[in-house]
Design a protein around this ligand. Structure first.
Ligand SMILES: Cc1cc2nc3c(=O)[nH]c(=O)nc-3n(C[C@H](O)[C@H](O)[C@H](O)COP(=O)(O)OP(=O)(O)OC[C@H]3O[C@@H](n4cnc5c(N)ncnc54)[C@H](O)[C@@H]3O)c2cc1C
Length: 326
């Protein structure tokens, strides 16, 4: 059986990882993995244009299907990050609120009387982390064929690429927000651009630079990567698939952090690099998994939780696709 996976982002990498490590994978199969090589300049790779924070965020199971999936995926992600420390770092995240009302909501959500609310989180350096993950996948078996290519639409078991043609028995199409460009999705599926700011060697008090940390105000993050002396603010959430930067949102977030910590008074928007990523968002913010024709699965809609959902979705999908094969 020939399995073709398209994309080199989180959905695809999580899936390929599961395909090479899971007991549920089909035992006699050929795996072909195609997508552009990892490069931050690839606007279609949202994984590399992400603030890349992973936390449980006070979500409980037993309330909604998405909540259950997020909790399960977070547990899987945590195990993975504990065992794969290249490009990942465990940190303490401190949550603050800008008003009394929001503070009450925050404490209720986390079921916590302390303030600020503290939670365990992981911060990721996307390129280092994904590159290392891809390298490890290559070591998992001789049956993986990897190609650096950009593909067109799948038609009757064949997908045409710029460099070649790929046939398949099963296709997992994980092109992120680009799925929307291929006329395959008729349901509610949106591109959801977002922006964030990066300061290299930011100008603030050295006493705050002794370790990595995350500060969050009303859900907006300020992330400090100690090893690279890099500060990340964001991201923004655009409406109506608009790509142009939401400077007003980012400026409001920056002002809130300056108010919280006077040490950030020397941080200016115009001294930061602005990054843009394009998320994909489906109905109810749930991941989009659909078998559009027999054996052709579309996988996306990870919205703001790609670094968590890639673990849980891959497990579910492989069970769904190969339940009768194993
Ligand atoms: C500003 C911002 C902040 C974010 N912060 C976080 C965060 O803190 N935590 C978190 O978990 N998530 C965060 N996300 C979301 C996360 O990045 C996404 O959910 C995730 O990247 C989606 O994974 P994906 O694999 O579906 O898509 P992508 O990561 O976009 O991967 C798509 C892949 O498909 C490839 N591709 C596209 N077109 C083609 C084609 N024609 N042929 C072949 N390959 C193709 C691309 O090159 C890429 O490899 C953030 C996103 C943004 C924009």
């Amino acid at each position: 059986m020939k399995i073709l996976v398209i994309g080199k982002g989180l959905a695809a990498t999580g899936l390929v990882w599961e395909l090479v490590t899971s007991e549920h994978r089909p035992k006699s199969s050929e795996l072909i993995w195609v997508g552009p090589r990892l490069d931050k300049r690839d606007a279609q790779n949202c994984a590399l244009r992400s603030t890349a924070l992973v936390a449980r965020q006070g979500i409980s199971s037993g309330i909604s299907p998405l909540g259950d999936l997020l909790v399960h995926s977070y547990e899987l992600a945590k195990i993975f990050f504990e065992n794969h420390t290249t490009g990942t770092k465990k940190v303490v995240r401190e949550h603050y609120a800008s008003s009394e009302e929001k503070r009450e909501q925050l404490q209720r959500r986390f079921d916590c009387l302390d303030y600020p609310v503290k939670e365990e989180a992981y911060i990721i350096e996307p390129l280092t982390f994904l590159s290392q993950w891809h390298e490890e996948i290559k070591t998992k078996g001789p049956h993986i064929e990897m190609h650096d290519d950009l593909l067109g639409e799948a038609k009757e078991g064949i997908v045409q690429g710029l460099k070649g043609e790929y046939d398949y028995d099963i296709l997992f199409d994980c092109r992120g927000s680009s799925l929307k460009d291929y006329n395959l999705i008729k349901d509610n599926f949106k591109k959801s651009p977002g922006h964030y700011l990066i300061w290299n060697h930011p100008d603030f008090d050295h006493s705050l630079k002794s370790e990595s940390w995350v500060l969050t105000i009303d859900g907006h993050n300020l992330i400090y990567h100690h090893d690279r002396d890099e500060l990340i603010l964001g991201g923004s959430t655009q409406k109506d698939e608009m790509i142009s930067p939401a400077f007003d949102q980012l400026n409001d977030q920056l002002l809130a952090f300056k108010k919280l910590r006077p040490q950030f008074s020397n941080l200016y928007l115009n001294e930061a690099t602005i990054m843009t990523g394009i998320r994909s968002k489906a109905k109810k913010r749930e991941p989009y998994i659909k078998e559009v024709t027999p054996g052709h699965f579309l996988v996306g809609g990870f919205y703001k939780n790609g670094y968590t959902l890639c673990f849980g979705v891959a497990k579910e999908l492989i069970k769904q696709a190969f339940l009768n094969e194993a």
